[in-house]
Design a protein around this ligand. Structure first.
Ligand code: FER
Length: 281
């Protein structure tokens, strides 16, 4: 997909704002948290909403994407404006964390973080997803569920796709490759990484092509050298992955931002550009 900048006014406050709240749930005997964005009109409706999950990168936590409950980043205004204008479907957004109490080393140690990103999909299936559905009017349909993340959250996204594609139709890995073959495996083992992903999808019994993969990065991003070869390896693997300029043309739609860096601000642009394609509704 071709990169275009987000119109500046989309970062301005919107007169139909959604709300942010903190959500707690239990996983393996530990208390976990996530921020939850509820769109404008949620409280007055009985509708069930599609849900986008967004996982933070290394060193972060559940507060990272929105900038805490005070919404100190651009993401909330982007969502408010996208939904108010009908550019994106009205949706719930959940920002969980792969961090676990007592495993603080994972904030700084990439190897420790990797253990947590690889185990998060199980937590998603067993604990987070059921808790969200119990508390919120979330549509119970994998086509109404998308999962994305930045950097180590991108790694989490690939891992979740491999382990739980039966639960999520669309994945949005932002500036992060899949580390199933080791750190930066997409760089040294792109073909093996692509094959491992397909093996996992087969094991899950997923129909080839019945999912949507929207990887995004910038050509100045530290993840470019690993994500780019991995995406090109996937592009050669029909019928599992069919490259397309838009998701209407293929289930693998790659966005490369000229001069894009490894930052959350770049991610907000990627999320904006992919927002119309997150749900099949
Ligand atoms: C990558 C490059 C960098 C990547 C993750 C990182 C999962 C993370 C770096 C950090 O947190 O310091 O390709 O993919």
């Amino acid at each position: 997909m071709k990169y275009t900048p987000v119109p500046k006014e989309m970062f301005e406050p919107c007169d139909q704002p959604g709300t942010l709240e903190r959500f707690h749930y239990a996983s393996r005997g530990k208390r976990k948290d996530a921020l939850v964005y509820l769109p404008w009109g949620y409280q007055d409706s009985t509708e069930e909403y599609p849900v986008l999950y967004l996982m933070h990168g290394g060193g972060g936590d559940a507060n990272e994407f929105f900038g805490g409950l005070e919404a100190r980043t651009g993401l909330k205004n982007l969502l408010d404006n996208a939904i108010a204008r009908g550019y994106a479907h009205s949706m719930i957004v959940v920002t969980p964390t792969y961090m676990v109490e007592g495993v603080e080393g994972a904030r700084r140690q990439i190897g420790e973080a990797l253990q947590l990103t690889h185990r998060f999909p199980e937590e998603f299936r067993d604990d987070l997803l059921p808790a969200i559905h119990q508390r919120y009017r979330a549509a119970d349909d994998r086509r109404m569920r998308a999962f994305g993340g930045f950097s180590m959250g991108g790694e989490t996204t690939w891992s979740l796709f491999a382990q739980a594609a039966d639960l999520v139709h669309t994945v949005l890995p932002l500036s992060g490759d899949y580390w199933v073959m080791g750190l930066k495996g997409g760089k040294d083992f792109p073909e093996e990484t692509a094959d491992a992903l397909i093996t996992s999808l087969k094991e899950l019994g997923i129909t080839p092509g019945d999912y949507r993969v929207l990887p995004c990065t910038g050509d100045k991003d530290i993840a470019y050298e690993a994500l780019d070869p991995m995406v090109h390896a996937l592009e050669k693997r029909a019928p599992w992955f069919i490259p397309g300029e838009t998701p209407a043309e293929g289930n693998l739609c790659y966005l490369l931002k000229p001069n894009g860096w490894h930052t959350y601000d770049d991610c907000y642009e990627y999320i904006w550009l992919m927002m119309p394609y997150l749900f099949s509704c």
